[in-house]
Design a protein around this ligand. Structure first.
Ligand SMILES: NC(=O)c1ccc[n+]([C@@H]2O[C@H](COP(=O)([O-])OP(=O)(O)OC[C@H]3O[C@@H](n4cnc5c(N)ncnc54)[C@H](OP(=O)(O)O)[C@@H]3O)[C@@H](O)[C@H]2O)c1
Length: 243
């Protein structure tokens, strides 16, 4: 068990949703310092705690990433949470939305891992926690571009886990199901609130779990996929065609 007490944590997309909840959960875990990054720091909530250091960061902007690395050389836990979401099918979805999701979720996260790898190597034992999605292995026609970007990120996460394994850096993949954030605005699913999900994610990180599914819906899908991928495809096919 490696607790997060006294650890220095950086969280991307910390102004709302799961990222904001991860900041609150990190404070509760007793982190020493939390770099809460956001594209627009004025949108960061007041966490009411001096341990939270706000930093401006768009993860698609390499120059900004390098500036953040300079300011945050003590990071021990890098939580890549920021993500974009553009719906659309493979045949009809806007290519620009697909490109943006790939640029943010895949290349943006890769650039973060590259930029922080030497810092994390210096500050071992350290961790990368990538917030991926069950979309990484679920056939979801109506959000196919987003799903492809998360599949790419999942693959990158599994590869970099091996690449960094002997360097004292543990890499966690977090694959949530639907969580009640802006990303699912308008959906009438029964979804867990991000605060509880963030706590479960950090509990599982502390417990050393590498592949984390923090919610019931996600677990149901993960188990169906593990049992037989075509079973999950059938569930989503029936949903998509309204059967
Ligand atoms: N909610 C779900 O059901 C669910 C399920 C599985 C995985 N996830 C993943 O969980 C993560 C957090 O999502 P969420 O549900 O909390 O969604 P959210 O409420 O829409 O928050 C997304 C966050 O990402 C930030 N972001 C987007 N593009 C960025 C960029 N280029 N650079 C820096 N920050 C950027 C947003 O900042 P702005 O406020 O500036 O836009 C916002 O802080 C995402 O990676 C998402 O894919 C969510």
């Amino acid at each position: 068990m490696q607790t997060l007490k006294e650890k220095v944590i950086l969280i991307t997309g910390a102004n709302r949703g799961i990222g904001k909840s991860l900041v609150k959960a990190s404070l509760e875990k007793g982190a020493r310092k939390i770099y809460a990054t956001a594209r627009d720091v004025s949108k960061l909530p007041n966490f009411g705690d001096e341990r939270v250091i706000p930093l401006e960061l768009d993860i698609t902007d390499k120059a900004q990433i390098l500036k953040v690395v300079e300011k945050a050389r003590d990071v021990e836990i890098l939580i890549n949470n920021a993500g974009s979401f553009n719906p659309g099918t493979i045949l009809d979805g806007e290519i620009s939305g697909m490109e943006l999701d790939m640029k943010t979720n895949y290349y943006g996260t890769i650039n973060m891992m590259r930029a922080f790898s030497l810092v994390l190597e210096k500050n071992t034992p350290s961790k990368i926690v990538n917030i991926v999605s069950i979309a990484a292995y679920s056939p979801l026609p109506s959000i196919a571009g987003y799903a492809a970007s998360k599949s790419a990120l999942f693959s990158a996460t599994l590869s970099v886990r091996i690449e960094l394994a002997k360097k004292g850096i543990t890499v966690h993949a977090v694959n949530p199901g639907a969580i009640d954030t802006d990303m699912n605005k308008g959906s009438n699913w029964d979804m867990p609130a991000p605060d509880g999900v963030a706590k479960i994610i950090l509990d599982k990180v502390e417990a050393g779990e590498l592949d984390i599914v923090p919610d019931e819906m996600g677990l149901g899908m993960f188990n169906a996929w593990k049992e037989e991928p075509s079973k999950l495809a059938e569930i989503f096919s029936n949903m998509y065609h309204g059967e």
